[in-house]
Design a protein. Structure first.
Length: 244
């Protein structure tokens, strides 16, 4: 399974502060710690508080690439941020993310092709986050059809059903897990699947046990990749064991 470290995200107070103060050490330490713990790639998100997301994202990527060549997962809802970041990422870029909206697909699928980048696609549209498995599958099918029509290999596509926190959307978790299995049946070669694992435990008290349990279940449903906290060593051990 492809492990993408989630910790370089301005959502975390320490990282947000480091971005604001341009403190390279904090970012480089986090990058190296995550890689040491087993991350194959690093998610990079300047956070919602950034006043200049392009500048901050480019600074983060430059800072990380000074110490490692690991794949960078460019996490932004803004196409301009992704476009500029792709000019900087040396190789193995992962675009995080497009949605099922045509204007995003029209811009991000060609960028992924030109840059030989993997593309994460959220099953979300202008109508918002789906509430059911059928809505998730419909959006996934739209994304996959677009990729096939535009010669973007589904091998390079990662469909994300969008994991909702269990404390506000308990009824959806089963649909989300089943979506992972069913996304893979949409095309041949099968699209890959990915989740942002820590979403599931946001706002909950004992987060690690929820994350670990949900990851084991998602992997049993065929999950190919996860954005997670690689510094949770029991989570990493569990992922390796589940792979076995
Ligand atoms: N899918 C895709 N990309 C994603 C997500 C996804 N990127 C962002 C996110 N979801 C995955 N990354 C995180 C990072 C942090 C947290 C959750 C998911 C998190 N942060 C603490 C919180 O909000 O409680 C921050 C607390 C602190 O300040 O320390 O939980 O789903 N494609």
């Amino acid at each position: 399974m492809l492990i993408i470290g989630e910790l370089i995200n301005g959502m975390y107070g320490k990282i947000g502060k480091a971005v604001a103060e341009k403190d390279k050490q904090v970012i480089q330490d986090s990058a190296l710690n995550q890689i040491k713990a087993g991350a194959d790639a690093l998610d990079v998100n300047c956070g919602p508080a950034s006043k200049d997301p392009i500048k901050d994202t480019l600074w983060l990527i430059k800072t990380i690439q000074e110490v490692t060549d690991k794949a960078i997962c460019i996490d932004s809802s803004k196409v301009e941020v992704i476009k500029e970041a792709l000019k900087l990422v040396k190789e193995n870029a992962i675009i995080n993310s497009t949605t099922a909206d045509l204007d995003k697909l029209n811009q991000l699928v060609p960028l992924a092709k030109e840059n030989k980048a993997k593309l994460i696609a959220l099953t979300i549209s202008a109508d918002g986050i789906p509430q059911t498995k059928d809505q998730r599958l419909e959006l996934a099918a739209q994304i996959v059809s677009y990729c096939i029509e535009n010669n973007f290999s589904t091998d390079e596509l990662y469909l994300d059903p969008i994991v909702m926190p269990v404390n506000i959307a308990q009824g959806q978790e089963k649909d989300i897990l089943e979506s992972i299995r069913e996304f893979k049946l949409i095309a041949d070669p099968a699209p890959n699947t990915i989740i942002g694992l820590s979403n599931v435990s946001q706002g909950a008290l004992n987060r690690p046990i929820i994350n670990r349990t949900f990851l084991a279940m998602a992997m049993a449903f065929g999950l190919d990749a996860a954005i997670l906290d690689p510094l949770d060593s029991e989570l990493m051990d569990m992922a390796i064991t589940t792979d076995l």
